[in-house]
Design a protein around this ligand. Sequence first.
Ligand SMILES: [Mg+2]
Length: 278
Amino acid sequence: MTAPTTLTSRPVRAYAGYLFDLDGTIYLGDELLPGAADLVHGLREAGRETLFLSNNPTKNPQMYADKLTRLGLPTPVNRIVNPLVTIVAWLRKEAPGAGVFVIGEEPLQEAIRSAGFRLTEDPREIDVVVASYDRHFDYRKLQIAFDALWQHRRARLVATNPDAYCPMPMGRGEPDAAAVIAAIEACTGVRCEANVGKPAGVMLQTALDVLGLPGQDCVMVGDRLQTDIAMAVDAGIDSALVLTGEATVEMAGLLPPERQPTLVLPRIDALLEPFRTS
Ligand SMILES: [Mg+2]
């Protein structure tokens, strides 16, 4: 008897496009997870598209492309989508020409600046406050956001991602964008109007646009129910939960049937099943 490749009764189907979360799905820290290399190489050999999604706004897509390449999965930079990509897409659509105050790290500031937006710390000129994961967050930045949102009442508040904390090796973590959003909302009474990281639809749509594929031909693969799987379910596309990161079978079982992932996989390479020749 062979070990089951999925914990769901549905067969694994072949898709044209595969959207992968990174941490807990493709790698943990600096190590590829079991089966990840075989899977990505196998899908590419079968002519399938692969794209990688991260909610981390402290790194630019090139840093992820370099890391994947270093780990043996050479990936072009346009196959990485993270909040640096989606915040620029959001600003172009919702706030063209805006003066932007970024509470975030240098790669995020650079992405917005190089997209042609003016970065400003003058509350009278700020149209959009972008709240993000910022390890240099301080009272001065909070005051600028407060002045723009509460005193001048002209700015809009948006966030790169909704994560409470970023998991780190050895059971550590770092406060993420949710802490910065909460600080600004608490003092201004202004609610953050948009988040451009998972599970927001803009993240998924940006990825599908890059691949030029409709959602029904793609699957979203990830280890977190509230971000990776929720985003796919909200958009009505198939999803695969891998048990190599945060979520467990028991956690998935607590969801109502309509919020359940399409597939539950102990190992990510179960997705290769339709391509295996017997
Ligand atoms: Mg993950």
